[in-house]
Design a protein around this ligand. Structure first.
Ligand code: C2E
Ligand code: MG
Ligand code: MG
Ligand code: MG
Length: 285
């Protein structure tokens, strides 16, 4: 690699940087083809109501399988954001998950809500792309209850356009959640400025519960703050019973994480809902 970089006269790239950049370039081309070739699927992770222990929502998470190999979601999402492909992916996920959840709700007579991620890019792209997404969301919320998850770093930038979109979403009946709460660079004042309903506490806090006192104090205080502001709280990344019992003690509203379920493919998730709906049935008798 060193020789080749010498011959090619690369000046700014070190050999590793060159490999990384070539890999990214290749992946970026494959990403474009992946949309056309239907290489994306959607997985669903249960979100549990901690008061009733039932699945009340599912988060739709995109998966990319290429030649039998799964590509890390964080990795290709970041790339798709840079290249602008993310909007197409988000529309695919939204449309697929809406049909799926609407179908499950009907089939098992089970009230299930959908939570989808949206890239901050949608707010800064052309009207056309934003309108397509808004149209899909509008159609979705006619059939099911939809939550849109967005990261907090969005809410420090371009606030006028974002305010317009959020107000529109609220008018349609969409629930708005802040994802990865506590990790972004932001002030707390946005919590009251924008029409937010739900806070998802980032898994980096939850992971440390039962191990370190500072993240414990922070998590407890975040839940308290949210409740004072009438926001619901979801804890992300719950993996142990100890983490869960602390969160329940602090009256956290919802939980999500490997302790309950990993993200599941459509078939396995459907089974999960079937079992839950039967549990509900026998309980009511
Ligand atoms: P996120 O929205 O914060 O989603 C939660 C991530 O945490 C998921 O990773 C999930 O698999 C993982 N997770 C859930 N429970 C646990 C746990 O107990 N332990 C650990 N270690 N991890 C857990 P995933 O599916 O790899 O997605 C990564 C990120 O990619 C998401 O983070 C989200 O920001 C983004 N993403 C995923 N799907 C989409 C999509 O359709 N559109 C957009 N724009 N972004 C997406
Ligand atoms: Mg999310
Ligand atoms: Mg998150
Ligand atoms: Mg995340």
């Amino acid at each position: 690699e060193v020789k080749r970089s010498g011959r090619n006269g690369w000046q700014f790239f070190t050999p590793t940087m060159q490999i990384v950049s070539e890999k990214r370039h290749q992946l970026s081309n494959k990403l474009a083809a992946a949309i056309i070739n239907n290489e994306f699927t959607v997985y669903y992770q249960p979100i549990i109501d901690l008061n009733t222990n039932r699945i009340s929502k599912c988060e739709a998470l995109v998966r990319w399988v290429r030649n039998g190999k799964q590509i890390a979601t964080d990795e290709f999402i970041a790339l798709a954001e840079e290249t602008g492909r993310i909007n197409e992916i988000d529309r695919f996920v939204l449309a697929t998950a809406t049909d799926f959840v609407a179908n499950l709700t009907e089939r098992f007579n089970y009230p299930l809500e959908l939570s989808v991620n949206v890239s901050p890019r949608i707010f800064s792209c052309k009207d056309d792309s934003l309108n397509k997404w808004l149209e899909l969301i509008t159609n979705a919320s006619r059939k099911i209850n939809v939550t849109v998850e967005m990261t907090e770093r969005l809410l420090i930038e371009e606030s006028e356009r974002i305010m317009w979109v959020l107000t529109k979403l609220k008018a349609i009946g969409v629930t708005i959640a802040i994802d990865d709460f506590g990790t972004g660079y932001s002030s707390l004042s946005y919590l009251t400025k924008f029409p937010i309903d739900i806070i998802k506490i980032d898994q980096s806090f939850i992971r440390q519960l039962g191990q370190q006192t500072i993240p414990e104090s922070l998590t407890e205080a975040m839940i308290g703050l949210c409740h004072k502001l009438s926001l619901d709280v979801v804890a992300e990344g719950i993996e142990t019973p100890e983490q869960l019992s602390m969160l329940k003690l602090w009256q956290c509203d919802f939980g999500q994480g490997y302790y309950f379920d990993r993200p599941l493919d459509a078939e396995v998730f459907s089974e999960r809902i079937r079992t839950q709906s039967e549990a509900k049935f026998s309980h009511n008798k």
